[in-house]
Design a protein around this ligand. Structure first.
Ligand code: NAI
Length: 466
């Protein structure tokens, strides 16, 4: 029996960050991971590889179209998909190695195998050969993440019909790709393959893309993606997918209720993820889950059973790596010091397409629904000198502030580097800034950040450059 102060189940962004913070606070930490490498879905088959492919495919698209206006002639670029995939694998490896290094550096004990709760303060780790290592600790943090959700009538065969993991690893560019679900994954991976030459159709159940995101920004995004060649079938319910033929002749037909079916060589199912709470022994000690399978926790991340905590995708809240990381820090601080918290109203969301889409705080719809009086400031990239120099003039920033107090309630950006620009808005809102505070902050010229400043100026008074 190996005894620790803290055992963490799962080495994704939630779990491994909790391990580091625990070690920093003087706890003896053990971490259990069933995959051969550390970093979880995000590092192995999510955020990191998708960003590598987004970067490569964007460069390819730019080389094809976009260099002439800079006076650079390249001729027709060629695509070596195997090399692109190899680079992606290298990026992933550097990151998983990085997490392993951090575990060693912080003297976190690593247990390779599947962890299962077997009693109060007790976890068994089963390795691939069937060997069992017994662990005991006063505190256990469950950080087992999430897995892709399926769709009734649609069998993921991992060949023609794939989930996000499969769509990151195609060894040839599919002639036609159907993406089911116009959320984060569908739009990012749909963009990758469209840029590399696929004819991409995105089928979405709702009558809009990116549900939950500010509607004006989502509408603009749909326009931009359509311009790039993606087709959308919104308000379209997929009722089934059938696959016929062998080898290169294998074709899938996606059935849509009340509409024409769509044929494709590959189908990506991206209709959300569900918490990974099965098979980890919750029932052994009686840990409660809700109707969606999420582990129920209080504001200290404590489950209903003493000594067991849960964080990240396996509990309620946005399924985002950075949210899980913040949970990871806060849970350990609560355990070790009694204080630690996360502001869930200020978790930014970013879609890493081109243009990028980034958002924090309340959407205009949410403010209207809650009856909050607000003012709105908008500024287009088109009116920004740096954006013009970059040739990236599509997009805008929208700042929503309280009509009486001027306090910033939401910031929504579509445009180049939106994911980096949103950080300023998150920081400002964390400190309770008003639109005037943001507008009177000195922003270097010429930078894209001036678009944020001008949108804040527009909210509290008037912009200077429009
Ligand atoms: P999502 O929840 O973002 O989008 C799923 C989409 O599928 C929604 O638009 C939904 O209306 C649609 N849908 C559901 N059922 C459908 C049906 N039967 N037919 C057609 N459409 C249907 O989920 P997604 O894209 O799978 O991502 C999963 C999770 O991973 C999300 O929670 C997301 O936050 C996270 N993620 C975050 C990324 C980022 O931060 N950039 C990137 C990738 C994933």
């Amino acid at each position: 029996m190996h005894q620790h102060d803290l055992i963490i189940l799962g080495a994704g962004p939630g779990g491994y960050v909790a391990a580091i913070r625990g070690a920093q606070l003087g706890l003896d930490v053990g971490i259990v991971e069933k995959e051969a490498t550390l970093g979880g879905t995000c590092v192995r088959v999510g955020c990191i590889p998708s960003k590598a492919l987004l970067e490569s495919s964007e460069r390819y698209a730019e080389a094809k179209q976009g260099m002439e206006e800079h006076g650079i002639g390249l001729g027709e670029p060629t695509l070596d998909l195997a090399a692109m995939q190899k680079r992606k694998d290298g990026v992933v490896e550097a990151n998983t190695d990085g997490v392993a290094f951090l575990m060693k550096k912080n003297k976190v004990a690593r247990y390779a195998g599947t962890g299962e709760i077997v009693g109060e303060g007790r976890v068994d780790v089963r390795d691939e050969e069937g060997g069992v290592t017994e662990l005991a600790a006063e505190h256990v943090v469950i950080a087992t993440g999430s897995v892709p959700t399926g769709l009734p009538g649609v069998e993921i065969d991992h060949e023609t019909v794939v989930d996000s993991t499969g769509a990151l690893a195609f060894d040839a560019v599919p002639k036609r790709l159907v993406v089911i679900g116009a959320g984060y994954i569908g739009l990012e991976l749909g963009s990758v393959w469209a840029r590399l030459g696929s004819e991409v159709t995105v089928v979405e159940y709702l009558d809009r893309i990116l549900p939950g995101m500010d509607a004006e920004i989502a509408k603009e995004a749909k326009k931009a993606f359509t311009k790039q060649g993606l087709s959308f079938r919104t308000g379209a319910k997929v009722t089934g997918v059938s696959v016929k033929g062998k080898g290169k002749k294998r074709v899938a037909t996606v059935e849509i209720e009340g509409g024409d079916p769509v044929a494709a060589e590959k189908v990506l199912v991206a209709v959300g993820r569900r918490p990974n709470s099965d098979g980890i022994g919750l029932e052994a000690v009686g840990i409660d889950t809700d109707d969606q399978g999420r582990i129920v926790v209080d504001d200290a991340f404590a489950t209903n059973v003493a000594g067991f905590h849960a964080i990240g995708d396996v509990v309620a809240g946005p399924m985002l790596a950075h949210k899980a990381e913040e949970d990871g820090v806060a849970v350990v601080e609560r355990i070790a010091t009694g204080a630690g918290h996360v502001d869930y109203d200020l978790v930014p969301g970013i879609v890493y397409t081109e243009p990028e889409i980034a958002t924090v705080g309340k959407s205009e719809e949410a403010l209207k629904e809650a009856g909050v009086p607000y003012v709105k400031g908008v500024f287009p990239y088109m009116a920004n000198g740096r954006a013009r120099a970059m040739g990236r003039t599509d997009g805008k920033v929208k700042v929503l502030a309280h009509a009486d107090s001027d306090r910033i309630l939401g910031v929504h950006i579509i445009g180049a580097r939106a994911g980096d620009l949103i950080a300023e808005a998150v920081a400002a809102m964390t400190f309770g800034a008003t639109a005037e505070d943001l507008a009177r902050t000195v922003h270097a010229h010429p930078t894209l950040s001036e678009v944020v400043k001008e949108a804040a100026l527009d909210a509290y008074d008037r912009p200077l450059h429009l």
